[in-house]
Design a protein around this ligand. Structure first.
Ligand SMILES: Nc1nc2c(c(=O)[nH]1)N[C@@H](CN(C=O)c1ccc(C(=O)N[C@@H](CCC(=O)O)C(=O)O)cc1)CN2
Length: 300
């Protein structure tokens, strides 16, 4: 038996459709247009692709997109001043600063300068604290996308053993919090975890977010488990021609697909959901800012 493939591209398209429906209702019933400001500092090629894609998809669902591209040498004070202007701008409901930032900029300081109500990345310390204490918060986009796919595939997650591999602030920790909120029994595994293969083998749900190429082989996977692969690693692909590369996840897809019940591919799994959930969070932020009910089906 091979696993069911959870198609993130198809799922993200359904999320964008829902977002577009909410955006149309906000416009028609309340005269509101959700606005998303994305800030890019520097010329990192991957970040440029993601930011372009965010702007394009924002416009496609009917929201307003404000793109700010700053030189790599921009002083931190200038970036902070821009954030203050965006915080005060009533047309902007969501603010995102694309990561990573150049080395001379203090990432934590910048993230915490964003108005928590407009922090559609969910990285502000107040949102982190609210999520971990079960209060209403903005939820980081990648974990939110993973949760949506897990709920869609499994229905209730209550009582399931979940192992999150990786302890980053952006994915691993918030993912663990979300799974805990769903009443999973949650383990966070990482580079120092002893007998990691045995820990992963006990999991009904595996979320691999460690950033290590194909680290999780199929024989770590419990038969029938649901595997969510967050990793995006570029490797050489001589089979495609000289100098060519391809993307692979943190899971060895070819062996895991033989054992798992369901699995997300890379590319085309979690990645597309990250941007779809950013759009969802922007609608949520707009609704909250205007005292309207939470948009159904778009929140954690
Ligand atoms: N402020 C933020 N910075 C970063 C985030 C984030 O959520 N907020 N996440 C990543 C980058 N990212 C969005 O910003 C992102 C990564 C990957 C994808 C995606 O769709 N990947 C495709 C493959 C794309 C390719 O061919 O390179 C896939 O997996 O199918 C979307 C968004 C770091 N920075």
């Amino acid at each position: 038996m091979t696993a069911q493939i959870i198609d993130g591209k198809v799922f993200a398209a359904t999320v964008r459709e829902k977002v577009a429906g909410h955006v149309a209702r906000l416009r028609d019933d309340h005269g509101l247009t959700p606005g998303l400001a994305v800030v890019l500092v520097g010329e990192d090629p991957a970040s440029q692709v993601y930011v372009r894609s965010k702007g394009k998809q924002t416009v496609e669902v009917g929201m307003a997109s404000f793109e700010h591209t700053l030189d790599a040498a921009t002083p931190q004070a200038e970036l902070l001043a821009l954030i203050q202007r965006l915080n005060a701008d009533p047309a902007v409901h969501g603010i995102l600063v694309q990561l990573p930032l150049p080395g001379h900029i203090d990432e934590e300081l910048v993230i915490n300068a964003i108005d928590p109500a407009k922090d559609v990345d969910g990285f502000h310390i107040l949102n982190v604290g609210r999520l971990s204490t079960g209060q209403k918060s903005m939820v980081p986009c990648t974990p939110l996308g993973c949760l949506m796919m897990l709920r869609d595939h499994l229905g209730s997650l209550s009582g399931l053993n979940a192992v999150v591999i990786g302890r980053s602030n952006i994915v691993g920790k918030p993912m663990a919090q979300l799974l805990l909120r769903e009443s999973c029994t949650v383990t966070i595994a990482h580079s120092r975890t002893k007998d990691i293969a045995d820990v992963v083998r006990r999991a009904d749900i595996v979320v691999a977010a460690v950033g290590r190429t194909q680290m999780v082989p199929g024989d770590w996977i419990k038969p029938g488990a649901t595997v969510i692969d967050v990793g995006i690693n570029r490797i050489d692909a001589p089979e495609k021609g000289e100098g060519k590369t391809r993307l692979v996840g943190d899971v060895d897809f070819d062996s895991a697909v033989q054992v798992a019940g369901a699995i997300t591919p890379v590319p085309g799994g979690v990645g597309p959901m990250t941007i779809a959930c950013l759009l969802a969070n922007t609608v949520t932020a707009c609704c909250r800012a205007n005292g309207l009910p939470e948009p159904e089906g778009l929140t954690a």
